[in-house]
Design a protein around this ligand. Structure first.
Ligand SMILES: Cc1cc2nc3c(=O)[nH]c(=O)nc-3n(C[C@H](O)[C@H](O)[C@H](O)COP(=O)(O)OP(=O)(O)OC[C@H]3O[C@@H](n4cnc5c(N)ncnc54)[C@H](O)[C@@H]3O)c2cc1C
Length: 367
């Protein structure tokens, strides 16, 4: 019998394998597509932030920065002597109209309590800091400018975690787990992302297709933060000499990952040109789509022991935040498995009892 089997070698499974291996557990990770063609993490925007409403999500975002900042030391291996996640710490800028402002003022109290280091600014002062912005229709904004938020290269981050987990003894193998009961192990971790329901059919997580467009604009602002325009739901950030922009539209029941190209002209370009007038001149150069692991109950993580099994733990439902939460979730699950309770960030608010009791713990908006 195996010690630990992790189903799914994406970012959550690999982070968990790394932390468990560090604690001396013998981990086997089973991944059905080691090329990760449809997995969520390589198709993500790589963003990490601490600007959330709930304290647990703020603290997970803070730990992401701490963890990513140290990987050149902590994830160094013989095969990968200079691990990097290519961090770009441009910060986040979140823009709110009157419909979201009150909620954000409440969120700011939690930012303060968690010492998140975020700044709040009324919309009429925005142009003093972000010269490119049209503040019409906005009430307030929250941002960071001290290199504590930004984005990473998800592939490089995953690779660094995987290399280190393997050096610590974890085994990664190809396999398609059909039923959780097919696995014989002391501890099983389900980290199957948006496909979790195939293994655990009582978990309300579904693949939700999101499209990202690649665009080019004569005017380039390499220092631009990852900007989320809440009134339109569109978000964007620089990528090399271009920009990436996410559509606010999402879809369930999409077996293919063809981007929703029509969204560009209908939703994304008008919103971009409205908020950054220079984007009127942009040109579409590409795009892709990927699945969010959408928790259809409350858009929030589902983490912990499955109460119907003796030995099954799980983490899914991150709904657009799984990359940045992976370090904190891997560490937290390892604490729960090896000591019986959380030792650092208390993640019990994400447990499965709330799911089965249908007690929503909604994180206000999804980007
Ligand atoms: C367009 C887009 C933008 C995003 N932007 C961000 C962002 O900026 N920041 C952020 O933090 N997050 C972002 N996300 C979300 C993030 O990518 C996901 O939340 C995260 O990747 C979830 O990690 P995971 O390991 O649970 O799932 P995945 O990365 O999907 O990995 C799950 C793995 O499990 C495997 N698997 C599933 N079932 C089985 C089985 N039965 N047997 C064997 N293997 C199995 C799959 O093949 C897959 O490789 C974005 C996602 C998308 C699509």
């Amino acid at each position: 019998m195996d010690d630990v089997v992790v189903v799914g070698g994406g970012i959550i499974g690999t982070s968990t394998a790394y932390f468990l291996s560090k604690e001396g557990r013998k981990v086997r990770v089973i991944e059905r597509d080691p090329a990760y063609k449809k997995a969520s993490f390589p198709l993500s925007l790589g963003g990490f932030r601490r600007q959330f409403f709930q304290k647990e999500n703020i603290n997970l975002g803070k730990f992401a920065l701490e963890f990513i900042s140290n990987i050149s030391k902590t994830l160094k291996t013989k095969n990968n002597p200079n691990p990097t996640a290519s961090m770009v710490p441009n910060g986040y800028l979140l823009l709110f109209g009157s419909e979201h402002a009150e909620e954000q003022y409440e969120a700011l109290k939690n930012h303060k309590a968690c010492d998140a280091g975020t700044k709040n600014i009324p919309a009429n002062k925005l142009k003093e800091i972000f010269s490119w912005i049209n503040p019409n229709g906005l009430e307030t904004a929250t941002y960071t400018d001290s290199k504590i938020e930004g984005w990473i290269d998800p592939h490089m981050f995953h690779n660094a975690l995987k290399n280190k987990a393997i050096e610590l003894g974890a085994i990664f193998e190809k396999g398609d787990v059909k039923k959780i009961s097919d696995i014989k192990a002391k501890t099983i971790v389900s980290a199957a992302g948006c496909w979790t329901k195939e293994l655990l059919d009582d978990i309300p997580v579904l693949p939700q297709k999101h499209t990202v467009f690649r665009i080019k604009c004569p005017k380039h602002y390499p220092e631009m933060p990852l900007t989320g325009d809440l009134p339109s739901g569109v978000y964007w950030r620089p990528e090399g000499k271009e920009y990436l922009a996410g559509s606010p539209n999402s879809k369930f029941n999409c077996p293919d990952l063809e981007p929703e190209w029509d969204d560009f002209e209908k939703l994304v370009w008008p919103a971009l040109a409205n908020r950054v007038p220079e984007f009127e001149q942009l040109k579409l150069t590409g795009g892709w789509a990927g699945y969010y692991d959408c928790n259809t109950l409350d858009n929030n993580a589902i983490v912990g022991k499955h109460p119907k099994y003796e030995n099954v733990f799980m983490a899914t439902g991150f709904t657009g935040r799984g990359l940045m939460q992976a370090p904190g979730i891997g560490r937290g699950l390892t604490e729960l498995i090896t000591t019986g309770k959380y030792q650092t960030i208390d993640l019990s608010c994400f447990d499965l009892d709330r799911i089965f009791a249908k007690k929503k713990r909604t994180e206000p908006y999804v980007l």
